[in-house]
Design a protein around this ligand. Structure first.
Ligand SMILES: NC(=O)c1ccc[n+]([C@@H]2O[C@H](COP(=O)([O-])OP(=O)(O)OC[C@H]3O[C@@H](n4cnc5c(N)ncnc54)[C@H](O)[C@@H]3O)[C@@H](O)[C@H]2O)c1
Length: 380
């Protein structure tokens, strides 16, 4: 098996999910490459050293530029706040490294387009961590749609609800709270949560043509952790938008961090001419399916427990009926990325796919400002 030397940047929430995936993947998937945890990078030396020891990284760095310069690193994995993705990706592409980048790809579409240009010029394998595509039940939804079981699609409905920023005393900025600082995050729930919903939707139902959105920032000022001053809040706390897909279907998307009682309620429902499907992250192994072609006296919503060997990814895990979880979506993503290297057929979503999501986010935020329907920029 060939070695794939990983250089991870950022050891927070995503740094952990990625490290776990790199460690697990060869135990469960037959692949031509083995990820080697070569180096992890973050600024705090004591903490990055402890992280390296805990996860088994051979070495660590405190300056990401040094990591990129290293000849013993094949792949740069970007798990830093959003405002750092572009600079790191551009440098990594220039150095000829493969790149895995966290979502959202960039701060906005313009920056994302520059990243796509650079990475395609460099010709390096790349992927963006929109991991929800690789929940087995979500992958199965894609299969059912591609098999034509739903027929013509009429409706797509998605939401992603949280409740962790309701307190007005919560500061913005710095470690753990960079998501509230527009300079680090680019936007609020639109880039953070709706980007996931949009990526899944584009994958399942094709391109979005136009959007009409509203956003709100409920808490207008918060103390900034880096300056110590009370500063204006620049992110959207909540966003809801209507969309028209190019296939003629209509959609509603909603996201907020002010839905008391919800921690990570990502759901979608798709209604087609013959059948409907629904999925809920809180019950991620189940795909709800209704087929109007069933015999009428038995017709009803089926709750499919996606754990059998002929359902996506599941033959690689335990025995039928036994579940896997959130962390496995990252294992699947690494497995597919490596399988793409083996077969020389790149896995998705790559930077270009993620740019399409960025363009939808741009149109959503523009529409929230103008109060008008806005067209989504098309990929060139
Ligand atoms: N795919 C998903 O479901 C998912 C979930 C959460 C976060 N994300 C994305 O992952 C990225 C990271 O989010 P997170 O939740 O892991 O954040 P986090 O705050 O937990 O971790 C960010 C890490 O970046 C490091 N960092 C910041 N500046 C750095 C620098 N100059 N050099 C080196 N390291 C630096 C921090 O030390 C920290 O380890 C974001 O882009 C976010 O949108 C994706």
């Amino acid at each position: 098996m060939k070695k794939l030397n990983i250089g991870l940047i950022g050891y927070g929430f995503m740094g952990r999910t990625h490290s776990n995936a790199f460690r697990q993947v060869n135990k469960f998937f037959q692949l031509g490459y083995e990820p080697v945890l070569k180096a992890v990078c973050a600024r705090d030396e004591a903490k990055v050293k402890a992280f390296a020891q805990n996860w088994g990284y051979e070495t660590y760095e405190t300056d990401w530029r040094k990591l990129i310069e290293r000849a013993d690193i094949d792949l740069i994995d970007i798990a830093t706040p959003n405002n750092m993705h572009a600079e790191i990706a551009l440098a990594a592409a220039k150095a000829g490294k493969m790149i895995l980048c966290e979502k959202p790809l960039s701060m906005d579409g313009k920056q994302g387009a520059a990243m796509v240009k650079a990475i395609e010029k460099a010709g390096v394998p790349n992927m963006v961590w929109y991991n929800y595509r690789r929940v087995p039940a979500v992958t199965m939804a894609k299969q059912l749609i591609d098999e034509g079981r739903l027929g013509r699609i009429f409706h797509y409905r998605a939401k992603f609800l949280q409740d962790w920023t309701i307190s007005k005393d919560l500061p913005q900025g710095g470690a753990a709270l960079w998501r509230l600082d527009v300079k680090a995050a680019g936007s609020g729930v639109t880039g953070d949560l709706l980007a996931h919903c949009i990526d899944t939707a584009l994958w399942l139902n094709g391109s979005i043509g136009t959007v009409s959105a509203m956003t709100e920032t409920f808490i207008k000022e918060r103390k900034h952790n880096l300056t110590g001053k009370v500063e204006k809040v620049g992110i959207d706390d909540a966003c809801a938008f209507l969309a028209r897909f190019d296939n003629g279907s209509l959609a509603t998307f909603e996201s907020t961090r002010y839905a008391r009682g919800h921690k990570a309620l990502y759901t979608f429902e798709i209604n087609g001419e013959h059948a409907s499907i629904a999925w809920d992250l809180h019950d991620l192994h189940r795909l709800q399916y209704f087929d109007h072609r069933d015999e009428s006296k038995l017709r009803g919503w089926r709750s499919i427990h996606v754990t059998d060997g002929d359902q996506p990814y599941m033959k690689n895990w335990w025995v039928p009926g036994l579940q896997i979880g959130y962390e496995h979506t990252f294992v699947h993503q690494v497995a597919d990325f490596i399988a793409g290297l083996d077969a020389q057929t790149p896995a998705h979503p790559d930077f270009r796919d993620a740019l399409e999501t960025q363009y939808v986010c741009d149109a959503v935020l523009k529409s929230a400002g103008t109060g008008r329907w806005e067209k989504v920029r098309k990929l060139k």
